[in-house]
Design a protein around this ligand. Structure first.
Ligand code: AMP
Ligand code: ZN
Length: 466
């Protein structure tokens, strides 16, 4: 399998440390706000990588953190903790806020058919791991105490900027406009490992440490949690492109300072989902969520389909127009798959031939768009229906679009559909064809396809998400 590695800025052959096994860490959500669809595009990208590795036969250990402490409103270590800020605004405790938004996150995660990682670890449950790392960094001279905090000394590393493009001046936190300098730091790029003093001292959660009662800086959790579960050698570390600097750069600095050797071989980064005003961002208050799309009548898997239509390393600009197009294509594809007559023998040689093509798409830096095109090619081909169906079912282990899943229609939904059909019939009688079309489209978005027959209008369900 070939994959783009941010560390080397090349597409490379993927070779895990231990044959057949992959240790894969993903930066998890900061749970102070609803996860917007940009965040979820990032997790769909990670889900595809996770499932591709499994499809190719690797034994994967996937670990993800939940940031429930320590993510500040500013990269310069001088901001307020986002969790504390949200808790204050909502008059709740930090842990109540964390629990609420963690649940919201996993609800949307599951709507998108994302596989829950093998380990999901809240940052607050691993304080001992961070203290252990910081103690060793102090012993080895990589960390120092100043003004009540413990800092990482970035000048002690030969190549602090190895993950970035080495544009040092652009990268240093503290020289950017609007960011105030922290006079405790020996070097502008140094960052906090442990806080005991901050302008924003009303931190609710604090722990005892060799440097006084305080709380961790906002990079140490990913090093601590990753090493706790994956050990000293990590194969893949993933996140969004905004995590490259300073978060992942600092993770490498502290982990390699601590370990004394290279830590992670492959760095996997997803490009952003944008809207008309730029990058969708929680801190800018982005509120378009997967749950909201669902309430608006979209099948969440139509959003997943939209994500898979483009490459994970390309920015994607969201609009309802492109979502509508994706929703229509998705429903049509699902309908085609469900109309296959799944009878008769599977043509094994053809199965292998097409499956090899599918693997090739994913092995080529996760080309999901080509994998979708392959489904259309297969459906058009003269391959028998049973083989087509078996291939698409197998591929759905990675794509997770529920293409072959038939619906169970519940009574309430049945009633709703029948009322809509009746309304549409009346609209047609009144020659209000615009309204009739609108009703048809509204149902189609929900995965309900109307068919006008001589006996009247019938319907077919092609979606499981409504
Ligand atoms: P957060 O919960 O804000 O820490 O973000 C969770 C993950 O979503 C991080 O790995 C970010 O890199 C990623 N992310 C944030 N905004 C976007 C976006 N607009 N598009 C894609 N990924 C994003
Ligand atoms: Zn992280």
């Amino acid at each position: 399998m070939k994959i783009y590695n941010t560390l080397t800025r090349k597409i490379e052959e993927f070779i895990p440390n231990e044959e057949g096994k992959v240790k894969f860490y993903t930066c998890g959500p900061t749970v102070y706000h609803d996860p917007h669809i940009g965040n979820m595009r990032n997790y769909v990208g990670h889900d595809i990588l996770d499932k591709t590795l499994r499809y190719l036969g690797y034994d994967v250990l996937r670990v993800m953190n939940i940031t429930d402490v320590g993510h500040l409103t500013s990269d310069s270590d001088s901001g307020e903790d986002k969790m504390v800020k949200s808790a204050k605004a909502q008059n709740k405790s930090v842990l109540e806020i964390a629990k609420y938004y963690t649940d919201v996150f996993f609800r949307d995660f599951k709507y998108l058919n994302c596989r829950v990682p093998d380990v999901v670890a809240p940052a607050t449950e691993h304080i001992d791991d961070y203290i252990k790392i910081i103690e060793r960094l102090m012993e080895k001279g990589y960390a120092y105490q100043a003004g009540g905090n413990v800092y990482f000394d970035t000048s002690k590393l030969d190549d602090y900027y190895q993950l970035t493009n080495h544009k040092i001046d652009d990268m240093v936190v503290g020289v950017r406009e609007g960011v105030e300098e922290d006079n405790n730091k020996r070097n502008q790029a140094d960052f906090v490992l442990w806080f005991t003093k901050s302008k924003f001292d009303r931190q609710e959660l604090k722990w005892d440490s060799p440097w006084g009662v305080g709380y961790p800086g906002w990079h140490i959790e990913c090093s601590g949690i990753s090493m706790h579960y994956c050990g000293e050698y990590l194969d893949i570390h993933g996140g969004g492109v905004d995590n490259i600097f300073p978060h992942h750069t600092n993770e490498i600095a502290q982990s390699e300072g601590y370990l004394g050797h290279k830590w992670c071989n492959y760095w996997f980064h997803n490009e952003h989902l944008m809207d008309e005003s730029g990058k969708m961002s929680k801190s800018k208050g982005a509120t378009l969520t997967v749950s909201l799309l669902k309430e608006q009548g979209y099948d969440p898997l139509a959003f997943r389909f939209l994500c898979l239509q483009s490459h994970y390393r390309k920015q994607l600009v969201f609009s309802y127009k492109i979502l509508d197009n994706a929703a229509t294509s998705y429903q049509k594809l699902k309908q085609k798959v469900q109309s296959l007559q799944n009878e008769g023998p599977i043509q094994q040689d053809i199965f292998q031939e097409y499956d090899a093509k599918f693997r090739e798409c994913l092995e080529n830096d996760l080309n999901t768009a080509n994998a979708l095109t392959l489904i259309y090619d297969l459906l058009k081909s003269s391959v028998n229906d049973s083989t087509k169906y078996a291939l698409i079912e197998a591929w759905d282990q990675v794509l997770s679009l529920d293409l072959s899943k038939k619906e169970q229609v519940d009574e309430e939904l049945k009633q709703y559909i029948l009322e809509k059909i009746e309304k549409r019939n009346q609209a047609k009688l009144a020659k209000n064809y615009a309204l009739a079309d609108e009703i048809r489209e509204e149902l189609q978005k929900k995965g309900i396809i109307l068919k006008d027959t001589r006996e009247g209008t019938t319907y077919e369900m092609v979606s499981s998400k409504n």
